[in-house]
Design a protein around this ligand. Structure first.
Ligand code: ATP
Ligand code: MG
Length: 443
């Protein structure tokens, strides 16, 4: 992609309305634009990050046996009356009417609708277990939308729902999602720690929020520092096997949100040196809710003896758009964003350091073409801006690798390769830069 034909409206100055660094950097790097309070347009660079995050989520959900669907954003109020949540939900729900005066709502979550779909499509115990997920926009009329996409009103969520015959089977489904979440966030280059969370009226021990530690996070959390050193399950983890040992390893070290924090237990279980009381960003949640929806909505399967059994459900959310902010919050420096390779909008940025020079322009185009032929995604800054402005811009948008092509190096047959995260620079012959990047990015 040539920057001269792209759409990358970066800002030189810090936008006054942005209180935290990820919001500032996302606006400055031209990833998003606010259209109304808590409602954002995703500009090309931001959209690329969102898509890369979505892709990792999809791959890990599919690997764990979940099946993708897509439900509408608009739902009938009557569906929510079946579960009793329509009146209960409160002012966060955006309620509307169509031309026939039918009451609709913009979905803040989809337990009712997916229960309705499964109720119609699953009849026998043989059809279980099932796990359906979608990646779809949600609307919650948050009282205080803030921190950019971190607490938006319209936001993109992966929401998944499991259906099982009984609590034991539902616990197995829960463990699959728990393990899939560990892998999902690790693949994005961040560490999200599962912490015990509020289960509400359902009770029990089956709810965890996945939290990225950050001083600017909105959740108060308490954990055992040693949880930061636990190993992430490998890609070949057997989702049909016994996942209990993995769960046990991750849940036997203390980690809890303030809602369920137990000070006595914390002090008894965690040596003083390992106590970590901090703040965090909730990027996902897994939750077992039993027959909360199947009961009022009469979602049942028939057992071998012909009797009916209510489905046991769980729901599993990931804040896809919030993650973009959370990743920037976790990975930046004074110069700008430092994208983890797996979610970067492009793999490589090429800077033509001398606009108007035919030799540098030709070399840039050649390097870009060869990288692209190897499947790498490249942004070539071929604009006529000054070299210094181009360097600052490249640092701001945070692509993992930069290649700088200047007339002096080129005369000697070399270009400069810069690694954004470490700042390390090397002079390399043209051929070698291509080989080095193909190897490093490995796409
Ligand atoms: P919060 O406590 O932050 O309001 P929640 O617990 O109400 O979130 P869930 O219903 O668990 O949210 O939704 C699943 C995921 O969706 C959350 O873990 C979070 O990552 C994301 N999410 C929730 N609300 C928002 C929002 N207003 N803006 C962006 N992402 C959100
Ligand atoms: Mg939650």
């Amino acid at each position: 992609m040539r920057l001269s034909r792209y759409f990358l409206p970066t800002l030189k100055d810090n936008p006054a309305e942005a209180q935290i660094v990820s919001h500032r950097l996302m606006l400055r790097a031209g990833l998003i634009r606010q259209e109304a309070a808590g409602i954002y347009a995703w500009l090309p660079l931001g959209l690329r990050v969102l898509k890369r995050i979505e892709r990792i989520v999809r791959e890990e959900m599919d690997r764990a046996g979940a099946v993708e669907i897509l439900m509408p954003t608009l739902q009938l109020a009557d569906l929510w009356r079946e579960s009793g949540r329509y009146e209960a939900y409160g002012p966060e729900m955006l309620r509307l009417r169509d031309r026939h005066e039918r009451e609709l709502l913009y979905g803040p979550t989809n337990e009712e609708m997916v229960t309705e779909i499964v109720r119609a499509g699953v009849a026998s115990w043989r059809d279980l277990p099932r796990n359906l997920y979608q990646i779809q926009w949600k609307f919650r009329d948050e009282q205080r939308p803030r921190f950019g996409v971190m607490r938006g009103r319209e936001f993109l969520m992966k929401d998944g729902y499991s259906f099982d015959l009984d609590e034991d089977a539902a616990r197995r489904s829960y463990r699959r999602m728990f393990v899939a979440y560990l892998r999902t966030f690790a693949r994005m280059g961040i560490r999200a720690i599962p912490m015990r969370a509020e289960t509400g009226p359902i009770g029990g021990d089956l709810s965890h929020e996945f939290i990225v530690l950050a001083a600017t996070g909105e959740s108060d959390v308490y954990c055992d520092r040693r949880v930061l050193d636990l190993a992430i399950p490998a890609a070949d983890v057997d989702y049909d096997g016994d996942l209990e040992p993995i769960l046990r390893a991750w849940t036997s070290l203390y980690a809890a949100t303030s809602d369920v924090h137990d000070a006595a237990r914390y002090e008894a279980e965690v040596p003083e040196a390992d106590r970590l009381r901090t703040r965090g960003i909730e990027v996902g949640q897994v939750f077992y809710f039993g027959t909360r929806y199947s009961e009022p909505m009469r979602a049942v399967v028939t057992l071998p003896d012909g009797s009916a059994r209510r489905l046991h459900g769980g729901s599993y959310g990931i804040g896809v758009s919030r993650l973009v902010g959370a990743i920037v919050e976790a990975s930046h420096d004074e110069a700008g964003i430092v994208w983890p390779a797996a979610v970067a909008p492009f793999d490589v940025g090429i800077v033509d350091a001398k606009a108007g020079d035919a030799a540098t322009a030709t070399a840039c185009a050649e390097i870009a073409a060869r990288l692209e032929a190897n499947g790498l995604e490249v942004l070539l800054d071929d604009t006529d801006a000054r070299a210094g402005a181009k360097f600052a811009n490249m640092d701001l948008i945070g692509l993992p690798w930069q290649v700088v092509v200047g007339p002096r190096g080129l005369a000697a047959g070399t270009v400069e390769l810069k690694h954004r995260a470490s700042g390390e620079r090397r002079e390399l012959p043209l051929d070698e830069v291509v080989a080095t990047l193909v190897e490093a990015v490995g796409r």
